[in-house]
Design a protein around this ligand. Structure first.
Ligand code: PHE
Ligand code: ZN
Length: 879
């Protein structure tokens, strides 16, 4: 058994480096198995640092060839190399000096996809968080900013394009078919933003003229033959550049912006300065192979990486504890961008769904951590929904509390004051406090306290006095390492909806409550309204202004009143969703006990009415009709979960809605747009509604015929996957389902991204039988276990997207995941650790499944040498 526990890094231990880097010149001679790297670094000793202090550079799995001081080999007695560092002693006391480090790398055998690796023959780097130390010995930490000059040499037929950060300096030919290119990035940057790409790629070009009239060359590199799929990404890039100028006043700052799409990538994309590297899933799109959701993701991620140029690159993080400084803020910015490009309400609904599906369970389980963690063992494991999504919600709350004008003032101050800095959350908050004159001390707890706060809400209407009281009480349960919590500042947007559907505008007594927001800052507060003309219905946490759980007894009639009259579309959806959730939770509990399931008449009626309401946006109607997922219901129930009971209950409710609305659904199912495909929000909304209606109609008819016809008639990937999913999930094993699967497979053979959808749909088919199917797919000869997208499509979809299949009562799903995690960990620890987090809520299941889940987790722990990534997750999950 593994007993060593590894080093723990702590926020409070932050200390700057002893030496200051002035600049770095890198030369690469690319070769698949023997790439030579020469790194020349100019440094000086920081003022006040002892004259005998040694220089300690980070390194990981490097072959060191030689190391020089000012051009001369360093005496072996003056330097040491171990597993993770290079230490050099006897350096000049105050004068600047040059350290040259020569290393040899093998990109072909780098399976971790960190550092310099190859993907489909293309050389590519990934340095965030700690990948640069796999290229050369250096201060691989975000507070060491340096100006980089990079020269890349390669055989022309091995690497036609040679790219790095910054502006192009020049290129030329050597003998024997070799060539070189040189790049200079004038903006000081940390090593995690370094990038290099070399390869024979297809190129798509465009230009953008910035607000001050500078022309920027835009280049997107993709695999040959896929140039036609890069158009939407280019368009999204130009819209992002324009939006950041208009909304945040931020202009691009180099002559060229390059983006490369690669097929092996651990994450979504990476914001390397001037040279973004993308998972090709988030670049490539055409109507035949990409769904509406793919288009929306591409738009959001292109924007996200571009926005990092200011929030991340120009202003970076002092240390990795501050990760949310760039990620939470940049997610906030990409959300705001997408909201402006599409329907803001529909976008917000999708965000709320995602936050509750991914971040709330994280915050409620063994992996809970603050938005700004205070300790970590493996930073790779902190690229989480909490840092990203909750981090974004925290920025959104700052805007809610300050208002749009002061928020913008605070952002302007942040950009002005910290441009070129490696900053902290304290720096960030100080800008908003100063711009608004508000004290944000209590608010700052959102960064340091883990867990989702609960707010219980009660109301009191006094008919005689015409007064209405709202009492709010907050609580926050303990999380790992935090047993006692302080009171938070929770901004809750609200509305009082009068019997006639209009809104009451009077201001309450009892606490701060301007602009329709209750500021809950104490444990318990009562806000009192007077002169209210009739009994109002409280619409609370409108637009999900705070990421909290609301506990409130609200009658179905009151929820229906909100769903009908709230001026805010998101709140109307929240009310419908709440009503559906309550019913589903109640029915699931009955199903668990094997009791007769009650009818869902009222719910069915309001949902069918919503479906048929032509005054509502189609995308909104689709969201309203999408019942809470089985995993959402499980989260709401919280403990002793039986996924089969939830499935049974949800199916029963779906069937009742379907039957009640068959006439409406069969009409809507045919209402997808007919002209040429456009990914624009309006058409996507129509397709979403048609797809949802098709699913309901198929349930009511209990026949695969309609879905099979839709599959055969489909002329875009959205319609095609909607129909395929219905066939495979609702009519498993039917001739229609099998025929559609076969047709899809042969049509898209060789198109990895399209086939990922084929794997994912099968992996998410409900029922205990699916693990056998997943096993078979894993063994099929064309399944590439080394590709992260493929593994996520099959294993990730199964374990995180199939409650009844993955949590099968015999434990087969758990065993499958454990076996694969152990195997993947040997090649790609980051991917293994991420897949494993699917089990983070294992303690919320009923005892039998809990026991089987624990056995699987223990089998991983006992499996021999684990990576720090998997070791850290296992340790926290079993703690
Ligand atoms: N910084 C990237 C982003 O969010 C994510 C990432 C992290 C990519 C680590 C690769 C490695 O934009
Ligand atoms: Zn990011």
């Amino acid at each position: 058994m593994r007993t060593e526990t590894g080093q723990v890094y702590k926020l409070k231990d932050y200390k700057p480096t002893d030496f200051v880097v002035e600049r770095i010149d890198l030369t690469f001679e690319l070769d698949p198995s023997e790439t030579k790297v020469v790194s020349r670094v100019i440094l000086h000793r920081r003022e006040g640092v002892a004259a005998d202090a040694a220089l300690v550079f980070d390194g990981d799995e490097l072959t060191l060839d030689s190391v020089q001081l000012d051009g001369n080999d360093i005496d072996p007695s003056l330097f040491d190399v171990d597993e993770e560092s290079l230490t050099i002693r006897g350096l000049p006391e105050s004068a600047p000096f040059e350290i040259t480090v020569n290393t040899t790398l093998s990109p072909d055998t780098n399976t971790k996809l960190m550092g310099l690796y190859r993907t489909n023959g293309v050389y590519c780097t990934q340095c965030e968080a700690e990948g640069f130390r796999r290229i050369t010995y250096f201060y691989d930490r975000p507070d060491v900013l340096a100006v980089y000059t990079v020269t890349i040499i390669a055989a022309k037929d091995d690497a036609k394009y040679l790219l790095s950060n910054g502006n192009f300096l020049g290129s030329g030919n050597y003998d024997e078919g070799r060539h070189f290119a040189a790049w200079f990035d004038p903006h000081p940057k940390p090593s995690y933003l370094f990038a290099l790409v070399g390869g024979d790629l297809g190129l798509v070009e465009d230009t953008f003229t910035t607000m001050s009239g500078k022309e920027v060359a835009l280049k997107i590199y993709v695999e040959h033959g896929k140039e036609g799929r890069a158009g939407y990404a280019m368009d999204a890039l130009k819209r992002s550049m324009k939006w950041d100028e208009e909304v945040f006043g931020r202009e691009y700052d180099l002559d060229i912006f390059q983006l490369v799409a690669v097929s092996d990538f651990n994450m979504g994309a990476m914001e390397n300065k001037g040279l973004n590297v993308f998972n090709d899933k988030y670049v490539l799109a055409d109507p035949e192979t990409a769904t509406d959701a793919d288009y929306a993701n591409i738009e959001a991620i292109i924007a996200h990486e571009y926005f990092h140029n200011w929030t991340g690159n120009r202003i970076t993080c002092r240390d990795w504890f501050q990760l949310c400084l760039k990620e939470g803020l940049t997610v906030y910015r990409d959300h705001a961008f997408s909201a402006d490009q599409r329907s803001a309400a529909v976008k917000r609904i999708a965000e709320i769904r995602l936050l509750k599906a991914h971040q709330f369970p994280e915050d409620a389980g063994p992996l809970a951590h603050p938005v700004r963690p205070e300790t970590y063992k493996e930073i790779n494991n902190f690229y989480t929904a909490t840092v990203y999504e909750k981090g974004s919600e925290v920025v959104r709350m700052i805007r809610t509390i300050l208002g749009a004008d002061d928020f913008r003032k605070g952002m302007d101050l942040y950009f002005e004051r910290h441009d070129g800095d490696a900053s902290t959350i304290e720096d960030f908050l100080a800008c908003f406090a100063e711009a608004s004159g508000r004290d944000l001390k209590q608010f700052a707890l959102w960064y340091s306290q883990a867990g989702t706060p609960s707010v219980s809400v009660s109301t009191d209407w006094n008919e005689a006095a015409k007064s209405f009281k709202v009492t709010l009480e907050q609580s926050l349960a303990p999380t790992p390492g935090q047993s006692r919590k302080a009171l938070m500042h929770i901004p809750l947007a609200y509305g009082l909806i009068l019997p006639d559907g209009s809104e009451f505008n009077g201001q309450p007594q009892g606490g701060e409550a301007g602009n329709g927001v209750f500021h809950l800052t104490k444990r318990k507060q009562t806000f009192s309204f007077t002169d209210v003309p009739g009994r109002p219905v409280l619409s609370i946490n409108r637009g999900f202004s705070a990421p909290v759980n609301i506990a409130m007894e609200q009658s179905a009639d009151d929820l229906a009143h909100i769903a009908r009259h709230d001026s805010d579309g998101v709140s109307r959806w929240q009310a419908l969703n709440e009503q559906a959730m309550r019913h589903l939770v109640a029915v699931s509990k009955l199903a668990r006990d094997g009791r007769k399931l009650p009818a869902a008449k009222e719910l069915a009626k309001i949902l069918v009415d919503t479906a048929a309401d032509e005054s509502l946006e189609p995308a909104f109607r689709a969201q309203a009709l999408a019942l809470p997922a089985e995993s959402d219901i499980a989260r709401e129930i919280g403990s002793n979960i039986d996924p089969d009971a939830i499935h049974t209950a949800r199916e029963a409710v779906l069937s009742e809605i379907a039957t009640a609305g068959l006439a409406v659904f069969s009409k809507l199912a045919d209402r997808a747009p007919t002209g040429p495909y456009s990914p624009a929000a309006e058409d996507a909304g129509l397709r979403a509604l048609a797809g949802t209606a098709l699913a309901y109609a198929s349930i009511a008819e209990a026949e695969p015929v309609r879905a099979k016809a839709a599959f055969d008639a489909s002329n875009n990937m959205t319609a095609m996957t909607q129909a395929l999913q219905i066939l495979v999930h609702q009519f498993p094993g039917s001739d229609e389902a099998e025929a559609a699967l076969a047709a899809f497979k042969s049509r898209f053979a060789g198109d990895a991204l399209a086939l990922d959808k084929w794997y994912a749909i099968q992996a998410m088919a409900p029922g205990a039988g699916t693990s056998a199917r997943v096993e078979a797919l894993l063994e099929s000869p064309d399944f590439d276990r080394k590709n992260p997208n493929r593994m996520r499509a099959l294993i990730g979809s199964f374990s995180a997207g199939n409650p009844t299949g993955f949590n099968a009562p015999d434990g087969a799903g758990y065993r499958l995941l454990a076996r694969e995690v152990i195997d993947i960990d040997k090649r790609n620890p980051q991917l293994a650790a991420r897949l494993l987090t699917a089990m983070r809520s294992w303690r919320s299941f009923e005892p039998r499944r809990q026991k089987l889940a624990r056995q699987a987790l223990v089998s991983i722990r006992e499996a021999g040498k684990l990576s720090p990534d998997v070791g850290d997750i296992i340790e926290r999950m079993l703690a």
